[in-house]
Ligand binder design. Structure first.
Ligand code: ATP
Ligand code: MG
Length: 682
């Protein structure tokens, strides 16, 4: 039974709208996915359409599974919920004979070798990273409906990894190479292209398809590519039974050609569309939505024009926490410790996620979780031991063991073996080289640790230990903590989220910084996606050096500017805290003085003047006695904060910026006397 009472009023308008164009344009956690699921269920339940006439497009296979599951729980079976690619693949398999006769086609799921060959054919060097970069360009062009000939002129602000004409030549060669004597090879984008083509060019195919599928929904519509949009339009033909939902602020796949334009223009394309905006955030506590609003309020560009303020309607929860650590190992260890505490307090492991920018970052966290005995699974990327470079490292070591090498200095042997795979002394520049280098370094660190734990270990023994580790770390069935990249976390939610490695040049990632403002804005949205995955607990962390004892040259992510303030280091531990909002009006505080006082310049002071004056006179006399400038004792801003917040004991004093343990020891009693000696200002 479908109960639309489970939805709020705005959600219900979208879910109950008659068949026809509907657009939900709303922020994270406002129930977009829930609403389309109810809409599908309701249309079916009311007899407007039968389940097998509905095609629901989701962003990932996992989301498709989840939607089918939710529909099943509501007693609705038989709805096709798929990704664009999976839907196209199925349709093409079915229609192919009608459009291509007995020409054979095979899915090309690894384009890499072919692009490598095309590059060599074009006289280019074809190292792994170069191939990957050129491949990225070909994928972008195909998703953007840009042909090889058009590529150089349609580049826009993109910086190609090689001269544009060269990339275009490789692209053209690659396309030609897919036609072989045995038939054609189709990559994933070809599946979409040919599906659209079959519907556009063959009236019989179009008629049969449109007879079958009559109602369409697309989730995460802000990240649709021109190619996917073309498929969608081919599916629809002249019809308009289409529901789309999305959030322009969560556009995080522009680099692949995705664009929020179709979402933002929807009501212009369909002037009879029902357009619904949702504001209430059902997922996250007000503490988290407030942070999310601050993050996205700093966004620039097109998506920023559709700013949607989230209203947290859940009961209050803990403030988001911000921590800086000396190095990554410490960061990972502390995160693992916090996770244990959360699990002890009753949060299920499956309700916890550690999210990072690039998959290579998972290594150190996998290590720390394994050491702490926490079950986890890696989503999106592969686990550490499944990474190509780690598999290569191990197989090179196996080869070495067969050659009877000298393993008296095992660590040195391992390092030497890894050099040809990309282990250099210095961290390399490019994002991909860096990712691999980080994996390899993590591998050497793991070896180092195993050698310390078992002195006298030989190569054979080391390989055995590595195999054990690899197996122990992948408990196949247990539900554990999720490790995932921010990209893979889209649409999902957890009780507790750890956003880790928030270092400038990781988030925003270095190649985005090089590429400029638009790319940086996409990174900011990625951060926003991360923040909005959390229901209740949010921990943001970063480390100042990569390795233990390393130079602390890293800076925290620029996206934390104005959100956290760095406190002076204490006991060797870097400290940070959440920036405050104005005590009176709630606006984020900007200037250093405002932050100290805890109130913005526009709001009137809540201090009583006598207290402030007495504090000032007292401070000035101490400064005179000690022969130091007045601000060395206490700044005016700190005095104002004291007068306005009126701390009643030493602990409360410590909460005032500018008051530390030393100052409490020296002046604490005197301060409390002055503050206690005046009545609270009205
Ligand atoms: P995202 O932008 O991250 O994809 P979304 O808008 O799709 O988010 P959902 O995942 O549909 O949001 O919903 C977020 C959470 O809020 C889910 O746990 C959902 O069950 C819950 N929720 C949504 N609407 C309601 C409601 N009216 N009453 C109670 N819970 C709700
Ligand atoms: Mg969603």
């Amino acid at each position: 039974m479908i109960n639309l009472q489970d939805l709020d009023q705005d959600q219900r308008i979208a879910a109950a709208a008659p068949r026809g164009p509907v657009c939900i344009l709303a922020g994270a956690g406002t129930g977009k996915t829930r609403t389309i699921t109810y809409r599908i269920a309701n249309l079916i339940d009311q007899g407007f359409i039968s389940p097998n006439r509905v095609l629901a497009v989701t962003f990932t296979a996992r989301a498709a599974g989840e939607m089918r599951h939710r529909l099943n729980l509501m007693g609705i079976g038989g709805v096709q919920a798929r990704t664009f690619h999976a839907a196209a693949r199925r349709q093409l398999s079915y229609f192919w004979p009608q459009v291509a006769g007995n020409l054979r086609w095979t899915l090309l799921d690894n384009k890499f070798p072919l692009v490598g060959r095309a590059m060599r054919g074009a006289g280019m060097e074809s190292g792994t990273d170069k191939v990957r970069d050129v491949l990225g360009e070909i994928e972008w062009a195909k998703a953007s409906l840009i042909s090889a000939e058009q590529y150089p002129e349609k580049l826009g602000l993109r910086t190609p990894p090689a001269p544009a004409e060269k990339v275009a030549e490789v692209y053209a060669r690659y396309e030609r190479m897919k036609t072989t004597e045995d038939g054609v090879l189709l990559d994933f984008d070809d599946l979409l292209l040919h599906t659209a083509g079959a519907l556009e060019n063959s009236p019989a195919v179009a008629e049969e398809f449109r007879e079958q599928y009559r109602s369409f929904t697309v989730d995460e519509y802000q990240d649709v590519t021109p190619l996917q949009q073309r498929v969608l339009e081919a599916w629809l033909g002249e019809r308009d039974d289409l529901t789309v939902v999305g959030d322009a602020n969560q556009t995080i796949y522009s680099f692949t050609g995705a664009t929020p334009d179709y979402l933002l223009n929807f009501s212009r394309t369909y002037d009879n569309a029902t357009v619904v905006k949702l504001q209430r955030d059902y997922r996250s506590t007000p503490q988290i939505t407030s942070l999310a609003n601050t993050v996205i309020s700093q966004a620039r560009g097109r998506a920023a024009g559709t700013r949607l303020e989230l209203q947290g309607i859940r009961p209050a929860g803990p403030e988001p926490e911000f921590s800086a650590f000396d190095d990554e190992t410490t960061e990972a260890r502390e995160v693992a410790g916090r996770i244990l505490t959360l699990i002890d307090s009753g949060v299920p492991a499956s309700g916890i996620a550690v999210l990072y920018r690039i998959n290579a970052q998972s290594a150190v966290f996998e290590q720390a979780l394994a050491d702490a005995g926490i079950v986890y699974q890696v989503r999106g990327g592969e686990g550490f031991f499944n990474r190509a470079e780690i598999k290569q490292s191990i197989s090179q070591l196996v080869r070495a063991s067969q050659r009877d090498v000298d393993d008296s200095d095992l660590l040195r042997l391992v390092r030497r073996t890894l050099v040809p795979l990309g282990l250099s002394a210095e961290e390399p520049e490019g994002a991909r080289e860096r990712e691999r280098w980080q994996s390899l370094t993590a591998f050497v660190e793991l070896v180092e640790e195993l050698l310390t734990a078992t002195p006298g270990l030989d190569l054979e023994g080391l390989l055995q230990k590595l195999r054990q580790r690899a197996e122990a770390k992948h408990p196949p069935t247990m539900e554990g903590v999720t490790l995932a990249s921010l990209h893979a976390a889209k649409g999902l939610e957890w009780d507790a989220v750890f956003l880790v490695g928030l270092v400038d040049s990781t988030l925003p990632i270095s190649h985005a910084i090089k590429a400029g403002d638009e790319a940086i804005e996409e990174e900011r949205r990625l951060f926003y996606v991360g923040v909005t995955r959390a229901r209740e607990h949010l921990f943001c962390s970063w480390s100042l050096a990569r390795q233990e004892g390393g130079r602390k040259s890293r800076k925290r992510s620029r996206f934390l500017d104005g959100i956290v303030v760095d406190l002076p280091a204490e006991h060797g531990r870097a400290r940070s805290t959440r920036a405050k909002n104005c005590r009176s009006c709630g606006r984020p505080l900007v200037s250093p003085a405002e932050k100290v006082i805890g109130r913005c310049g526009q709001c009137p002071s809540t201090a009583d003047e006598d207290t402030f004056e007495e504090l000032r006179t007292w401070r000035n006399s101490i400064a005179r006695d000690d022969n130091v400038p007045a601000y060395v004792v206490f700044s005016n801003a700190t005095l104002m904060a004291l007068a306005e917040t009126r701390p009643g004991d030493e602990n409360e004093l410590l909460n005032v910026p500018g008051v530390g343990p030393m100052k409490i020891e020296k002046y604490g009693r005197e301060l409390l006397r002055i503050l206690g000696g005046h009545p609270q200002a009205g």
